[in-house]
Design a protein around this ligand. Structure first.
Ligand code: AMP
Ligand code: MG
Length: 418
């Protein structure tokens, strides 16, 4: 007997089955999860990548004192003559950064002042040295300066006592500059979230070991562990286990002891050898989400001894997409940061595509000459496409007929924190 022909859309949804739209799945995660990490105090230089546990108030203003923005000559604006060319005698001494002029500058005089120097009393305006001619201890320059020109007022950037960064904020390098500038030496941050990663599958072999002709290398675990690292969490490597209920159970026990969340890949469907979902179901609190997303589905979610388990698909492309789209915001909440929405932008497509209604799609993509190109294949075992790509194009849930030049939403990988 001739087998039936393959359907041209093998991801077609079975009739009568309800698929959870991506946004509903995200809303459920957002409602169901909260911060699980304790607070610790760390020195600002070591606080990069950590999540603030409380609002931070400026101890001092930035700048803390009025200072010169340029190398030039300072004076009191009100003493300038009403003439086309202003001429002022130079006072003795100078003001430099870290070596202030401690006297009060006499009215009608100018003082040599350098960038970053505290503006002395008697000075409120600075003229750029390039705009001056200097001779016989006098300077001359064209009128037209504004009061306060070339100075930075105390507190013009940040006033002491104001909130500079809020709780749940993930500290980036530039934030450390801000904290240091406003006089903060230590901050209260969340302990790093520990995230365990487990690979499952009889056919899956750890890198470095010998693989038989019927085995594949574990591609997911190095990828997921590194994603965890890139997100500033602490990776916990649970290794790889065979499709065996007891081994999977033992691995979950270890994971729940050592980590705040567990990512597994493989075995999450409802097949005979899908021991991850079977074991999670046996514990009684499995939620298998048939999420309307490609690549993806299903995503098994459960609590194991109170620790959330994300049962990701085994296919590396689907595993990564589900991790970026679902696990990232979920883990961020567990870690104590705000819900993370990737920031993408619309670019013209360099491709055309027809898409049916009912699920969201993510395509491996990159932008060239201002247009989004997509990888030649949508096969979710095509790992090379993940490296070829520089981000993902997101196609909305509804039906779509895309022509070249139509706008599509592109998320660089960096929008997902990798
Ligand atoms: P599963 O979700 O277990 O049905 O696996 C789906 C596909 O992903 C199968 O072709 C598996 O061989 C493959 N797969 C599962 N785990 C991994 C892994 N850790 N690395 C690479 N491929 C995997
Ligand atoms: Mg499997």
């Amino acid at each position: 007997m001739k087998p039936p022909p393959l359907k041209d859309d093998c991801f077609a949804m079975p009739p009568g089955v309800d698929w959870t739209p991506v946004d509903d799945a995200l809303a459920m995660l957002r409602n169901g999860l909260h911060c699980v990490t304790e607070v610790e105090e760390v020195a600002v230089p070591n606080a990069g990548g950590r999540i603030l546990a409380s609002d931070v108030l400026a101890v001092r203003s930035n700048p803390p004192y009025s200072n010169s923005a340029v190398d030039g000559y300072g004076f009191a604006y009100d003493c300038l003559p009403d003439a086309e060319v202003c001429e002022l005698p130079l006072a003795q001494g100078r003001a430099a950064a870290g070596a202030p002029f401690e006297e009060v500058l006499a009215d009608g005089q100018a003082l040599r002042i350098l960038t970053g120097a505290r503006v002395p009393e008697g000075v409120d305006t600075v003229v750029l040295e390039e705009d001056c001619s200097v001779s016989d201890d006098r300077i001359a320059f064209r009128s037209g300066l504004k009061r306060g020109a070339n100075t930075r007022a105390a507190g013009e950037d940040v006033a002491a006592g104001n909130v500079v960064l809020s709780a749940e904020h993930l500290l980036r390098p530039q934030d450390l500059a801000l904290l240091a500038a406003v006089g903060i030496a230590t901050v209260f941050v969340r302990r790093k979230l520990r995230v365990a990663v487990l690979s499952t599958g009889d056919e899956v072999v750890s890198v470095g070991q010998t693989a038989s002709s019927a085995q594949i290398y574990d591609a997911n675990r190095p990828m997921l562990l590194d994603v965890i690292r890139a997100w500033g969490f602490e990776p916990v490597d649970l290794g790889r286990v065979a499709d065996d209920a007891e081994l999977v159970t033992e691995a979950f026990d270890r994971g729940a002891e050592q980590a705040d969340a567990i990512l597994t890949s493989g075995g999450a469907s409802a097949g005979d050898e899908d021991h991850v979902s079977a074991v999670l179901a046996a514990k009684g609190d499995l939620q298998t989400w048939r999420i309307a997303v490609k690549p993806g589905r299903p995503l098994a979610l459960a609590l194991w001894n109170g620790v959330p388990v994300f049962g990701l698909p085994g296919n590396p492309v689907a595993a990564l997409v589900c991790t970026l789209v679902f696990a990232r915001p979920a883990l961020s909440l567990l870690a104590g940061s705000a819900w993370q929405e990737p920031v993408g932008f619309d670019v013209p497509a360099a491709f055309g595509k027809n898409k049916k209604a009912g699920r969201r799609e993510y395509l491996r993509a990159r932008v060239r000459d201002g247009k989004a190109e997509v990888f030649k294949s949508e096969g979710s075992g095509r790992i090379s496409g993940l490296s070829w790509a520089e981000g993902l194009v997101e196609l909305s849930d509804g039906a779509l007929t895309l022509a070249e030049g139509d706008l599509v939403r592109f998320y660089p990988y960096a929008a997902f924190g990798i």
